[in-house]
Design a protein around this ligand. Structure first.
Ligand code: SF4
Length: 343
C-alpha cells in the first residue's frame, strides 16, 4: 500500500500542548517541512497562484490544530451526528463533495484535543439515552488516508468500544487498517469502504487505494470481528451501468469469499447515486478543466434541499430502475446483508 506523506505540516502552536500533536511531529520529522501557525483557520503563505495550483498545494498540506466548535452537525442518513475529528483528504476524486465544502484551500486537518470531542459525544449520548446515538467519522474527510500519521481512528474506535450507548462508523477509499485490527472495538464501530466500477475508478478517482486493497481491508476487519460495509457511490447511471455494477458486485462477492469472509458476517450496503450542485459543477470544472464527469443539468432532475439550496439528481425513472436493480443484485449475492438506504 502506498501511504500518503504530506509535503508540509503546520502545527497550531497551542496544539503542541497535546501529546498527539507532538507524536505526529515526531512521526513526520525529516519527512515533511514543518511549520507553526497561530490558528488552524488562518493559513497563509502556501504556494500556488491559480485555483488549480492552490487546490493541489493544499492537498499536500497537513494541519494539526484544536477543535474549538464543539457543536456537532447532524449526519443523515448514515448517523445521528458527524463527529469532527478530521477534515480534508489527500485524494483527488473529481466528483468529491468536499470540493464545495472545504473552500479554495482544502488542506487536510486533524484535531488533537480528542478528549474535548469525546466528552461532547458523551453529552449527545446522554440526551438520547437509553437509546443508541450514532456518530459518523468521515463526513468531511477520509480518515484512513492519514491514519498511519494520526492514529485518530484507533483512538475513536477505542473510545466508542467502551461506550455502551455510542455507535461509531466511518467510510474510506483507503485500505490501511493494520493499526485498527487489535483495537478494543467491542463491535461498536462499523467500517465501510466506498467502492465503484473499474470505469469510475479509472476516470474519476485519483490518489486513492485500489479496489482490491479496500476489499482486503474489509475482510481483515471482518476477521477482527468488526461489523463492516460498503458504500456504492457515487453510482453513475450512464452507458452500460447495469453490466458494470453487476461485474463489481460479482467481484466483491468473489474476493470476500476468497478472503474467507463468512456470508453471514454483519455487513451493510449503502447506495448513493451521483448528485451535484451548480456550485460544485463550477468548482470541479475550474479544478479539472478536462473533466468528463457527467454533469449536464438537462439530464437531471432538480431537487430542493432542506435549507432552500438544491441539487441535480437523476430523474425518477432511472432512479427507480436503479433501486430495483441494486436491491435485487444484492439480495442475490449478499442475502444476509442489510441495505439501510438508497438515495
Ligand atoms: Fe473526496 Fe473521498 Fe476521494 Fe478523498 S477519497 S477526495 S474524501 S471522494
Amino acid at each position: 500500500l502506498q501511504l500518503w506523506m504530506p509535503h508540509r505540516v503546520l502545527f497550531e502552536e497551542t496544539a503542541l500542548e497535546y501529546p498527539l500533536a507532538r507524536a505526529i511531529r515526531e512521526r513526520l520529522r525529516g519527512q515533511a517541512e514543518i511549520g507553526y501557525i497561530k490558528s488552524h483557520n488562518r493559513i497563509s503563505g502556501l504556494p500556488g497562484n491559480t485555483p488549480r495550483q492552490k487546490y493541489a498545494e493544499a492537498k499536500r498540506t497537513l494541519v494539526v490544530g484544536l477543535r474549538r466548535t464543539l457543536k456537532f452537525e447532524t449526519s443523515k442518513p448514515s448517523a445521528d451526528y458527524a463527529i469532527p475529528l478530521l477534515t480534508g483528504c489527500p485524494g483527488h476524486c473529481e466528483y468529491c463533495y468536499l470540493q464545495t465544502t472545504l473552500g479554495p484551500r482544502p488542506v487536510v486537518r486533524v484535531y488533537v484535543n480528542l478528549d474535548d470531542i469525546f466528552n461532547q459525544a458523551r453529552a449527545y449520548m446522554r440526551e438520547k439515552a437509553p437509546g443508541f446515538t450514532t456518530f459518523e467519522g468521515a463526513c468531511t474527510s477520509d480518515p484512513l488516508a492519514v491514519e498511519h500519521i494520526t492514529g485518530v481512528m484507533r483512538e475513536a474506535v477505542t473510545f466508542f468500544g467502551s461506550e455502551e450507548l455510542g455507535r461509531f462508523r466511518f467510510v474510506s477509499k483507503y485500505g490501511y487498517v493494520e493499526s485498527l485490527l487489535d483495537a478494543p472495538h467491542n463491535g461498536h464501530t462499523r467500517i465501510r469502504f466506498s467502492i465503484n466500477t473499474d470505469q469510475v475508478l479509472k476516470k474519476w478517482e485519483l490518489g486513492t487505494h485500489q479496489l482490491s486493497a479496500r476489499v482486503r481491508a474489509a475482510a481483515q476487519l471482518a476477521g477482527a470481528g468488526y461489523p463492516v460495509g460498503f458504500i456504492l457511490g457515487p453510482i453513475f447511471l450512464e452507458g452500460s451501468w447495469q453490466e458494470e455494477y453487476q461485474q463489481l458486485l460479482d467481484q466483491i462477492h468473489a474476493e470476500l469469499a476468497a478472503h474467507g469472509v463468512d456470508r453471514g458476517h454483519d455487513m451493510t450496503f449503502e447506495l448513493i447515486t451521483h448528485r451535484f450542485t451548480p456550485k460544485a459543477k463550477a468548482l470541479i470544472e475550474e479544478r479539472f478543466p478536462e473533466t468528463d464527469l457527467p454533469m449536464e443539468p438537462e439530464d437531471r432532475r432538480w431537487k430542493y434541499g432542506q435549507f432552500g439550496y438544491g441539487k441535480y439528481i437523476y430523474p425518477k425513472d432511472p432512479m427507480e430502475e436503479a433501486e430495483e436493480f441494486f436491491r435485487e443484485a444484492l439480495a442475490e449475492h449478499f442475502p444476509e446483508a442489510e441495505v439501510p438506504y438508497f438515495v
